[in-house]
Design a protein around this ligand. Structure first.
Ligand code: ATP
Ligand code: MG
Length: 459
């Protein structure tokens, strides 16, 4: 679809067939029904944001975002009453998510598989920023106010769907159409990055994904605001970084942020290894030879991202970005694997010396290690053995058996059982009988004193 002609502040137009072509029949029909509800109730309703940008660029989009110049949660509940589904409203921001299910698809008369899982409504709002990098104060506003609070001109487009008389008008108060044609990322005003430094990350995300230039003025303002990244909350930075990690070109985006100095502005020591882009690509193409029931694609990407850092630095970044416990543990474990990479590949070290260092680590870290150590088949093999064999090995003997032998309980139990298990891991014993012989030998040797009488019955 080519962008409709529009000059600044003059709405262009957009016909319904363009929506059908871009969104597909069922989402376009859903949009019609939502528009009809707003028209019947006399609310001004707009389709906004990324979906329009992507439609105008000739692509499709899964997200449907609507802005309404009235109470969004009441409007969504009206749709729920008529068509079913679930509504989750977030009062402080005046937003509501309408989730669709089989019943609602039925009542809408549309195939569930062709519909988005949910659609988002937001009340048109105005924002003011009390101080740099803080969350804005919001209040109800007009659609123009709502466009002015957005990040980039290309995301500040709105398609009017209600009232009926304005259906199809494209609002382009920030010259987003022109920037789409010129393939440019441009923020809306000089203080944009000061108000919200997370837009620095968003700039590189969209510029890289769309292969757009960053306008010279925007680039200047962006550089100026870099130090303010240090003042943004961990949760907001984590959220934007998570969106980057979900991108196909995540590695390229992060490298650009690295080269700009944005990562070290977030946290000193945060840097991007050059190989990250290829590691992330490998992660989406290759899987280790074991099955991980608890595979967590996002945690894996955090591991790849931070694996190049020394452990204390990685820990500091995980804390700064407020990663959850599971992600942090996986990241730290990956750093540990990388720190012993040479030992993993060293044939002089026996499996029983390696296994204890790997087997208690989270499986996501072993997965990350396997991807990162792709040029060392010996190290990869030991990671595989950890997951597929070593972790499940248990000796035949247990504490009760040692007790039955008259061995007083104590730390020796653990040492003896560890030794027996190590012999299995090394392949030195392969049967319970062989294990028993080894146990006899160990006890008689006096190594695990006090020694039992030679010849005493063991099991
Ligand atoms: P996509 O979902 O394809 O990555 P999108 O444009 O929908 O792109 P989202 O991150 O989903 O991006 O955000 C939705 C919309 O919300 C954006 O189009 C933008 O207008 C607005 N927005 C999101 N984050 C910000 C921000 N930090 N500052 C201003 N506007 C924002
Ligand atoms: Mg989106």
């Amino acid at each position: 679809m080519t962008p409709p002609d529009s000059t600044n502040n003059k709405p262009g137009s957009f016909d319904r067939s363009a929506l059908v072509r871009g969104l597909g029949e069922a989402p376009a029909r859903l949009t019609d029904l939502v528009a009809k509800q707003a028209q019947d109730q006399g609310h001004a309703l707009y389709l906004v944001g990324g979906v329009l940008r992507d439609l105008l660029l000739g692509g499709g989009s899964a997200d449907l975002d609507f802005v309404i110049e009235s109470d969004a949660s009441a409007f969504a509940r009206g749709l729920q009453k008529r068509y079913g589904g679930q509504v989750h409203a977030h009062k402080p921001f005046g937003t509501a998510k309408w989730s669709l299910n089989a019943e609602s698809a039925d009542r809408l008369g549309l195939p569930l598989d062709d519909l988005p899982q949910h659609i988002d409504f937001a009340r048109a709002r105005k924002e003011t920023y009390a101080e740099p990098a803080a969350l804005p104060l919001t209040m109800p506003g007009s659609i123009e106010d709502d466009m002015q609070r957005r990040d980039f001109s290309i995301n500040a487009l709105a398609l009017s769907l209600s009232p009926k008389a304005r259906y199809g008008q494209l609002l382009d108060a920030c010259s987003g159409l022109q920037d789409l044609r010129n393939r440019q990322i441009r923020v809306l005003h000089e203080r944009s990055f000061i108000d919200d430094p997370t837009r620095i990350l968003r700039t590189l995300r969209f510029a890289t994904r769309l292969n757009f230039e960053i306008s010279a003025q925007t680039a200047g303002w962006l550089l100026h605001a870099l130090p303010l990244l240090g003042r943004v909350s961990g949760a907001r930075l984590r959220n934007e970084t998570k969106l980057i990690l979900a991108e196909e070109l995540a590695g390229e985006i992060l490298l650009r942020l690295n080269d700009l100095g944005a990562l070290k502005a977030i946290q000193p020591g945060f840097y991007m290894p050059k190989r990250l882009a290829s590691d992330l690509k490998r992660a989406s193409k290759q899987a280790p030879p074991w099955r991980s029931p608890d595979h967590d694609a996002l945690a894996l990407r955090w591991c790849l991202l931070l694996a190049g850092c020394e452990e204390p630095v990685a820990r500091g970044i995980a804390k700064r970005l407020d990663l959850n416990r599971r992600q942090t543990d996986s990241v730290i474990a990956t750093c540990r694997i990388m720190a012993i990479a040479e030992e993993l590949a060293d044939p002089r070290l026996r499996p029983s010396e390696i296994a204890p260092r790997l087997e208690t680590l989270p499986s996501t870290a072993l997965h990350a290690g396997w991807l990162l150590l792709h040029d060392s088949s010996a190290a990869q093999e030991r990671l595989r053995l950890t997951m597929q064999r070593w972790r499940t090995i248990r000796p035949c003997t247990n504490g009760h058996d040692l007790r039955a032998l008259g061995l007083p309980p104590g730390p020796r139990y653990k040492q003896i059982l560890k030794r027996l298990r190590g012999a299995w891991i090394d392949g030195d014993v392969r049967s319970c009988a062989a294990e028993q012989a080894l146990l006899q030998q160990l006890l008689e040797s006096g190594e695990f004193a006090p020694a039992v009488q030679p010849g005493a019955r063991l099991l």
